[in-house]
Design a protein around this ligand. Structure first.
Ligand code: SF4
Length: 335
């Protein structure tokens, strides 16, 4: 009989690890608290830098794990150490005993309501990056009404000690550029502005993407932190910022403002950390054994990590980690 490996989570890290574990001869059991697989990526429209439809990626990945057992709408009620493994009790009452558990619980997006000065949930024409992706997918959001001017605010809830998150979320600079391009394609006459502190574009082809955004799509990049957003009498918003390159204060009237909410540790990861009495990092994410050589390992025998439960990750990083985690589990189980 094939040995069971419990995977907690149902996003792309969990799916990719399950695929690799199947190939290595194990019986992965995915435990996902929502009612669908694919996590945040499944909610996205297109992925940078190639503008790949997110659904193509997610559907292809899901089809590769048809042999895995998947429990949707299910949470881990308890996770207890045994002499040689773990007892994983699920919210449906089932008790699974296994020697290795992979935690792939992902992340949450920062709740933009906590940054009141940006007006999310207060002013009609303010939305978040995930709201905009939903609109790309459904075309259904009353805030998007043929905008003639659109602003993107970078670093919302990231690199922000007051928001309790000092980390860079790594993906939101390039996501803002991607979304700005997608908006320009739909509304060619719109003026589009990105308000940034620094542009962090480290991934393959990200720099090309940024150059094209300026050259081919006429997107304006303004280096300066937005200090205040107010609603205008015609229902738009006015953004106050300081252009730190010119040293001048700015006021820009916009029909739509998009907040780039960053990645934060989610409650699922925090709950699992309490169950296994694992340490969390200063940023709230789960703490790997080390951050260079042991990123997919924990300091608990038989407990492994993959993806954004240990920190902010790109999609390619997440997939690579999932593969590494599957191999580490295999090596651990083979002694
Ligand atoms: S990736 Fe860009 S927008 Fe996101 S936190 Fe880092 S610097 Fe800010």
């Amino acid at each position: 009989m094939k040995e069971t490996v419990v995977i907690i989570g149902g996003g792309i890290a969990a799916i990719e690890a399950a695929k690799q574990l199947l190939a290595l001869g194990y019986a992965p059991l995915l435990v996902e608290r929502s009612n669908s697989l694919g996590g945040h990526v499944a909610q996205w429209h297109r992925l940078f830098p190639d503008m790949t439809p997110a659904q193509d990626l997610v559907k292809g990945m899901i089809s590769s794990i048809s042999q895995a057992e998947i429990c949707l709408g299910t949470e881990v009620a308890s996770l207890n150490r045994l002499k040689d493994g773990y007892s994983v009790v699920l919210s449906n009452g089932r008790n699974v005993v296994c020697r290795a558990v992979l935690i792939a619980t992902g992340f949450d997006l920062f709740d933009a309501r906590k940054k009141e000065e940006y007006g999310y949930g207060i002013y009609n024409q303010v939305m978040t990056n995930s709201d905009l992706e939903r609109w790309f997918n459904t075309g259904n959001d009353p805030r998007v009404r043929n905008p003639r001017s659109i602003g993107f605010v970078h670093c919302v809830g990231s690199r922000d000690l007051k928001a309790g998150n000092s980390q860079c979320s790594k993906v939101c600079c390039v996501t803002a550029i991607k979304q700005a391009i997608e908006m320009k394609e739909r509304f060619p006459a719109a003026q589009i502005y990105c308000f940034y502190m620094d542009l962090r574009l480290f991934g393959k082809k990200y720099e090309d993407f940024y150059i094209n955004a300026q050259k081919d799509f006429d997107i304006h990049f303004i280096r300066g932190r937005v200090s205040q957003v107010d609603e205008t009498i015609d229902g738009g918003v006015i953004v106050k910022a300081e252009d730190t390159l010119s040293g001048k204060p700015l006021k820009v009237s916009l029909d739509l403002l998009v907040l780039m909410s960053g990645m934060v540790c989610n409650s699922g990861s925090a709950g699992i950390a309490r169950m296994i009495r694992a340490d969390v990092d200063t940023d709230g994410f789960l703490r790997s054994k080390d951050n260079i050589y042991g990123i997919v390992e924990s300091d608990r025998p038989g407990i492994f990590f993959a993806g954004a439960c240990t920190g902010t990750k790109t999609v390619p990083e997440t997939i690579s980690e999932a593969r590494a985690a599957a191999l580490s589990i295999h090596n651990y189980l083979k002694g």
